[in-house]
Write a protein that binds this ligand. Structure first.
Ligand code: SF4
Ligand code: SF4
Ligand SMILES: [Zn+2]
Length: 264
């Protein structure tokens, strides 16, 4: 059976979908790729020409490093994988900032040399400048991986759970499980207790209903081949791009593995 993807919700920054006919190893591979292996651009070096703000240079640089930048997995490559001799527009992007107080410095004050690479959110506060304070910097962004530093982590709050399977048989409509369910998803019908298809997605697999039923009428299991997935992007990519890039990263790794094995 081929793997199926059923999108439940998708927006610019978040997605919820069901992955069916696959293994927990693959689901976990997608989760890990989103968190650790999809490369993004982040500020990695900061040349500070003037800083009379209340922050030390190092604190200021750290804050710039954590600003998510819009990235492209095709156009940019990590510095150590680039074939250029030193640096080039494919492995390095320069952003400048020159601000004088009184003013709050925001991520949106960064001016990028590449129109495709912009702060994903323009309203991230960096430092408040008082009268006469000044910050003048050049920030250098490189492509990197979440497994090396959180500033390169494209996916946030990415996780999954097994699809619940709830089977109800021989129910006498006592209603005890209805009151016990912390998610309030069990309802009584003339034919017995039921959980609707939509409500099934809200089940936490706590099995309290199963434990409280004296008749043993309700059973809760995990579908070992179906997963409810939630993911959020930090803004480096849209949630759709993040999912596709996670798949691409896994596919590229598998291709490399095949090439290596073919050489043996
Ligand atoms: S499943 Fe069990 S606890 Fe729930 S209503 Fe039926 S008999 Fe009662
Ligand atoms: S397993 Fe827990 S959340 Fe799911 S239906 Fe039973 S009591 Fe409710
Ligand atoms: Zn290069």
């Amino acid at each position: 059976m081929t793997m199926e993807v059923d999108i439940l919700e998708i927006s610019d920054r978040s997605a919820k979908f069901i992955l069916s006919n696959t293994t927990s190893a693959f689901a976990n591979g997608i989760r890990r790729a989103m968190l650790a292996d999809v490369p993004t651009l982040a500020i990695d070096d900061v040349n500070i020409y003037d800083n009379t703000s209340v922050l030390y240079d190092e604190q200021l640089a750290l804050r710039f490093g954590l600003v998510p930048l819009t990235s492209d997995i095709v156009d940019f490559i990590p510095l150590d994988e680039c074939s250029c001799e030193d640096t080039c527009p494919a492995c390095q992007v320069s952003l400048t900032l020159s601000v004088e107080g009184p003013k709050m410095v925001y991520s949106g004050d960064l001016v990028s040399s590449d129109p495709k690479v912009q702060p994903a959110d323009r309203n991230v506060p960096i430092v408040e400048l008082k009268e006469g304070h000044k910050v003048v910097i050049e920030a250098i962004a490189h492509m990197g991986f979440g497994k090396n530093h959180a500033k390169w982590q494209a996916g946030v709050a990415c996780g999954y759970k097994n699809m619940p399977i709830i089977i109800i048989n021989g129910c006498d409509n006592c209603g005890v499980c209805v009151d016990k369910c912390p998610r309030g998803i069990i309802h009584l019908e003339p034919t017995g207790a039921v959980v609707s298809k939509e409500d099934l997605l809200k089940c936490s697999l706590c099995k309290l209903c199963e434990g409280i039923c004296d008749l043993g009428s309700i059973s809760v299991k995990e579908d070992e081949r179906s997963f409810i997935f939630s993911s959020e992007s930090d803004g480096s990519y849209t949630s759709r791009e993040l999912i596709l890039n996670a798949g691409k990263v896994i596919k590229d790794k598998a291709s490399r593995m095949r090439e290596i094995l073919n050489l043996l």
